[in-house]
Design a protein around this ligand. Structure first.
Ligand SMILES: [Fe+2]
Ligand SMILES: [Fe+2]
Length: 161
């Protein structure tokens, strides 16, 4: 299975599995970023989005059950790379400056998640999978909201540095 894609459904299932792996990676990353962040407000932002991420994982699992297919754990190398880049820069950065780094790392992951959901929604709608599209849209809305919050927080940190 999943060695060569010749129909949209199989390709979609694979990409949905990658999104599920992406969310598990994102949850791990949020916990690491929360630990590294210095400001309580930023820590709280990460813990809140980690709770949302747990819901997003449940929504993705529901997408699989709605379609009547098994959950899969397709790879998500990009989120692993983003996490690695973030932790590397955190380890090289003085605590006084680290909030800038954790916010940038989180924002990168949010933008990647947004792109993943945008294209999954397009595919789900094209296949007429309305319930699946609705679940994916709920996740996308949280990612978009979080990216706005992170960007605002990064501007605030930059202004007070
Ligand atoms: Fe997410
Ligand atoms: Fe996210």
């Amino acid at each position: 299975m999943f060695e060569h894609f010749d129909n949209p459904q199989e390709l979609f299932e694979y990409r949905l599995g990658s999104a599920l792996t992406m969310e598990h990676d994102s949850l791990d990353m949020l916990r690491d970023l929360e630990a590294a962040a210095q400001s309580d407000d930023i820590k709280h932002m990460f813990s809140h989005h980690a709770e949302e991420t747990e819901q997003q994982i449940a929504n993705l699992e529901k997408c699989f059950s709605t379609m009547g297919v098994d959950v899969n754990d397709s790879p998500s190398p990009t989120t692993k790379g983003l996490a690695k880049e973030g932790s590397s820069l955190i380890s090289k950065t003085d605590p006084a400056l680290v909030d800038t780094v954790v916010l940038a790392a989180a924002l990168g992951t949010e933008h990647y998640e947004i792109s993943a959901y945008q294209t999954l929604i397009t595919s789900a709608e094209a296949m007429g999978a309305r319930e699946v599209a609705a679940l994916l849209k709920a996740n996308l809305a949280q990612e978009e909201h979080t990216s706005e919050e992170l960007n605002a927080a990064a501007k605030k940190v930059a202004a007070t540095a």
